[in-house]
Design a protein around this ligand. Sequence first.
Ligand code: IDP
Ligand code: MG
Length: 136
Amino acid sequence: MSNTEQTLSIIKPDAVERNLDSEIKNMFTLNGFKIIRDKKIKIEKLEAEKFYKVHETKPFYNDLCEYLSSGPIIVMVLEKENAVLANRELMGATNPNDAAEGTIRKKYGISIDKNSVHGSDSIENAKIEIDFFFQD
Ligand code: IDP
Ligand code: MG
């Protein structure tokens, strides 16, 4: 049975800054994702705080929001069978040091905070995050 889903992906400032966006997009398409929506933006810290609200009690929250708003990012809607889980697998573990070979974070991530990509962690959050960046 087909189970096409959409998920939100972000290419974070560290990767955009290193001009890795085409390579990372290629990794998505080579792995069977369709890039349905795609835009390069820079967000304000207040927007980053809203986006990462689930982490507001964490000690790294402020740095995380500073970081996501520190430079251009690319936000994308990805579509594939079981896209949410498939994207988490392709991204790899949050800490690039723990990420499996062949994952985006293993390949491009610099550190736990500069880990190159964001991906929604559930179908419910994917809907919320897609609406956050693509209202139209
Ligand atoms: P995820 O991006 O793999 O879903 P989350 O736990 O949702 O990981 O954390 C959101 C982001 O916050 C991570 O991608 C990472 O950039 C940052 N982060 C998570 N844990 C830490 C930490 O312990 N120190 C610094 N930054 C962290
Ligand atoms: Mg997360």
